[in-house]
Design a protein around this ligand. Structure first.
Ligand SMILES: Nc1nc2c(ncn2[C@@H]2O[C@H](COP(=O)(O)OP(=O)(O)OP(=O)(O)O)[C@@H](O)[C@H]2O)c(=O)[nH]1
Length: 401
């Protein structure tokens, strides 16, 4: 599988796991474990409607067979009764599967359910094939295998089972079918059956090959979607979240903070005298400095809802969930210190220090607050930090709600 050159170029240095998987290839139709789980839920959602439609079709077909059987089968005989009982059981199983499919949205439950569904599909398929052969034997009809092929198409395509699972199921069902059918039919039908076997084998191989390419294409589409989504949320220069993704995630976290009655802090971080830095050292050096600062900032958020993002040219933002004023002030002071003393990037034109420094505006949430007023407050605090001499953090003074 080749990667799309344009995307690879854009993601230079910040390769997403989707792009990495695309580069590594997936000829065996398997991704690394976390991505595989994500793909399974993507696939399950994609096939939800077709699976349900296939089950409805199956139920209707079985009902039609039942009506047909009721008109031709002699209910007084053991065979007649067993045919009807089997049909009713198959309809009950199909209805049960259909109801389960309607309920199963989440993948964890789906994974447990898939094994049961695949097991019953295999048994159901084999039963249908054997009943079909038995029926042909009883009524002395020529034994055609296209019915079997139709069932295989259903197993391979609309049910959305993975390539490997459907290939295993079909291999097992075909082997058992080929083993058992010759014992159910008479010599003439057995002859028909053996004549048709090579044809059926080639049809089956072609179907499985088609399923392989279909799954490969679905996986490629999944990786492409993931890459594009990743790119839409990521800043190309630094690899941090971009402003759009940051705002989206912070808004969600603020809703959660309101529900859980906890505090959150927004830190707006701005590089001091960056225009002078660019003018003096050149734009490429400016880019390298932004990357180094971004790397330092990316190490600060430690918990799942904490975030670091690049929200403007030389402006970054940090969000911390469920923290207090002391944490926010200490963290901001530590960031300023680390960039000044540990990164220690020379800045001959700065009035704040001899190295690149940061100014930070801190704002803590008030109850029920949205991002916009919080952002404005952090921006005002940042302005205070700038006017107070830069290379420092200022906390926005706020009225409690
Ligand atoms: N190298 C580089 N420079 C950028 C990038 N984005 C924005 N800038 C520069 O960042 C500079 C920001 O300058 P100003 O907004 O005047 O702020 P400043 O010079 O940092 O001054 P203070 O913020 O007041 O300390 C501009 O010169 C922009 O060209 C970028 O991606 N790479």
């Amino acid at each position: 599988m080749t990667t799309v050159p344009g995307l690879a170029l854009l993601l230079d240095g910040h390769e997403s796991r989707y792009m990495r998987q695309q580069r590594q290839g997936f000829a065996w139709l398997r991704f690394e474990s976390e991505l595989e789980r994500e793909y399974n839920s993507f696939n399950a959602l994609g096939f939800r409607v077709t699976r349900q439609a296939a089950m409805v079709l199956l139920i209707l077909t079985l009902l039609a067979f039942l009506v047909f059987d009721l008109s031709i089968v002699d209910r007084a005989t053991d065979l007649g009764r067993s045919v009807l009982i089997t049909r009713v059981l198959m309809i009950a199983l199909a209805v049960f599967c259909f109801l389960r499919l309607r309920k199963t949205y989440d993948v964890e439950a789906g994974a447990r359910w898939t094994m049961l569904a695949q097991g019953s599909t295999s048994i159901g398929t084999l039963l249908i094939i054997l009943l079909y052969a038995q029926g042909h034997a009883d009524f002395k009809l020529p034994l055609l295998l296209d019915g079997m092929t139709l069932i295989f198409i259903t197993v391979l395509f609309p049910l959305g089972y993975s390539f490997w699972n459907s290939a295993r199921m079909l291999a097992l069902v075909t082997a058992l079918g080929w083993l058992l059918i010759p014992n159910l039919v008479d010599a003439e039908q057995r002859h028909d059956f053996f004549v048709q076997m090579p044809f059926q084998l080639s049809v089956l191989t072609a179907l499985i090959a088609m399923r392989y390419y279909q799954e490969h294409a679905t996986r490629a589409q999944f990786l492409m979607n993931g890459s594009l989504q990743h790119m839409a949320c990521m800043d190309g220069l630094t690899g941090l979240h971009n402003r759009r993704a940051f705002e989206l995630m912070v808004r969600q976290s603020l809703c959660q903070a309101n529900r859980e009655h906890c505090w959150a802090a927004l830190l707006l971080v701005d590089v001091d005298h960056f225009k002078k830095y660019n003018d003096h050292y050149g734009h490429p050096a400016g880019d390298e400095t932004l990357k180094a600062i971004a790397q330092a900032l990316a190490r600060v958020p430690m918990r799942p809802l904490d975030l670091a993002a690049r929200v403007g040219g030389e402006e970054f933002a940090l969000f911390f969930y469920d923290v207090d004023q002391e944490f926010a002030e200490k963290t901001a002071a530590r960031i300023c210190r680390d960039v000044e003393h540990q990164l220690s990037i020379p800045h001959a034109q700065s009035s704040a220090a001899e190295v690149v420094t940061l100014s930070i505006g801190i704002a803590l949430t008030l109850a029920g607050e949205d991002l916009d007023p919080l952002y404005r407050c952090a921006d005002e605090a940042l302005y205070q930090a700038k006017t107070a001499g830069r290379n420092r953090a200022c906390l926005a003074s706020r009225e409690p709600a």
